[in-house]
Design a binder for this molecule. Structure first.
Ligand code: HEM
Length: 385
């Protein structure tokens, strides 16, 4: 059930997701580089799914492939159905437009919300374009939800037992309008941020092969064969994997920080901040500050774990690490991110040695969120066992 992803921490690969992925991966693959990533991720016992060579350089469009994968998973949560953006029939026209529009929306949001702009005073051509993009996103989301409802209705009428408990189904019962907004939010807020994190984890591991080896050691115990499926039980015991992901998010934070508007006058570190001021907590600066994180410029997943000798953890100020925000407005997608990133990284690192043999001194640039600034041409080499 898609809804299981949201509330519970380690409900990894629920049966519906597993069988859906298997269905998506059944049969022969199309030719062409762009589906390589999905082959890598879903290494299968079937010889038809194996690649000919044991070394694979992913193409320049790898980042788009990561985004497609994330979009497909989040789409399953938002719309209760496969979107049709990976594997066979991978260019479902509605899903593709939704995918492209959500990406473009952020470009415009940067132009208008971050940079000085006239749109608040006059309707500029680009403002009108943004409104058309948002209208299309709304229309397509409504259409997808209607298609899902129609298909569920048909299956129910045919006497099939269908899941009534997904996030979408429950939201529709509360308020159909809210269900549409929620589904759009999941895609708009989730796809880029989650895709970037996956690329960041792979980059950190590629640039730190000794950490990658340590992670693989942990993964081999949980996934003794290449095609071991993950579930909530097997995912319980992966502390190093979680530390790696946490450290990658510290090393390459996704956003600038947390923003709030002061509801009342307040004094912060001796500065008077009047009611109504916008305050930004720039955690991306704190996360690279040696005062909070000793050896801040090093990728050290161990900083999040107990020292094996002393059993003690390095004290880290909880408020210095808020990549998902804080309080009632914190990110609603955090558990989904855990699920997506933990399963993807576990499968990839279990089965492949990842390398990145190019300059990675400035891999991201910052817009509303951080964005890739270089092509992520990783090299994947099969692990023998
Ligand atoms: C690595 C991935 C992600 C990161 C780093 C991230 C980070 C954040 C941050 C920092 C906020 C602002 C929190 C605050 O102001 O306290 C936020 C809000 C939000 N996120 Fe995420 N997010 C990620 C993925 C997702 C996903 C997958 C979803 C989809 C379910 C999502 C949905 C949202 C929504 C709807 C909000 C607005 C919440 C509100 O205003 O009440 N995010 N996210």
């Amino acid at each position: 059930m898609a809804v299981m992803y949201v509330g519970s921490r380690y409900k990894t690969e629920p049966q519906q997701h597993v069988s859906w992925r298997q269905e998506q991966n059944a049969g022969e693959w199309e030719s062409g580089d762009s589906i390589l990533f999905h082959r890598l991720l879903n290494t299968s016992p079937s010889p038809s799914l194996r690649l000919n060579s044991t070394r694979h350089w992913v193409p320049n469009v790898f980042m788009e492939e990561i985004s497609r994968l994330v979009f497909e998973s989040l789409g399953l949560v938002a719309f209760d159905r496969p979107m049709g953006l990976i594997s066979r029939n991978r260019d479902n026209p509605d899903a593709l437009t939704l995918f492209q529009n959500t990406k473009e929306t952020f470009r415009y949001a940067f132009e208008w919300d971050i940079k000085p702009s006239m749109w608040k005073f006059i309707s500029t051509p680009t403002f009108r374009k943004m409104m058309r993009l948002l209208d299309d996103i709304l229309m397509l989301s409504q259409k997808m939800i209607k298609d899902t409802e129609d298909s569920l209705k048909k299956r129910r009428q045919a006497g099939e037992e269908v899941n009534r408990n997904s996030m979408l189904q429950r939201m529709l019962k509360v308020d159909p309008k809210l269900a549409v907004i929620m589904s759009m939010d999941v895609l708009l807020a989730g796809v880029d941020a989650t895709s970037n994190l996956l690329s960041a984890v792979l980059l950190c591991l590629a640039k730190n092969p000794e950490k990658q080896a340590k992670l693989r050691e942990e993964l081999m115990k949980i996934m003794p064969t290449k095609d071991t499926l993950l579930n909530d039980e097997t995912m319980k015991d992966m502390p190093y994997l979680r530390a790696v992901i946490k450290e990658a998010l510290r090393y390459y934070p996704n956003g600038l920080g947390t923003l709030r508007t002061c509801p009342a006058d307040i004094t912060l570190s001796g500065y008077h901040v009047p009611k109504g001021s916008h305050v930004a907590l720039g955690f991306n600066v704190i996360l690279r500050d040696n005062e909070y994180y000793p050896q801040a410029d090093k990728f050290l997943p161990e900083r999040w774990l107990r020292d094996p000798q002393t059993g003690k953890k390095t004290p880290i100020c909880a408020f210095s690490y808020l990549p998902f925000g804080f309080g009632p407005r914190m990110c609603i997608g955090r558990r989904l991110v855990d699920l997506e990133i933990e399963t993807s990284v576990a499968k990839l690192i279990r089965n492949f040695q990842v390398e990145f043999n190019y300059d990675a001194s400035r891999p991201y640039k910052t817009f509303v969120f951080m964005e890739p600034a270089i092509p992520f041409r990783f090299k994947f080499t099969d692990i023998d066992q």
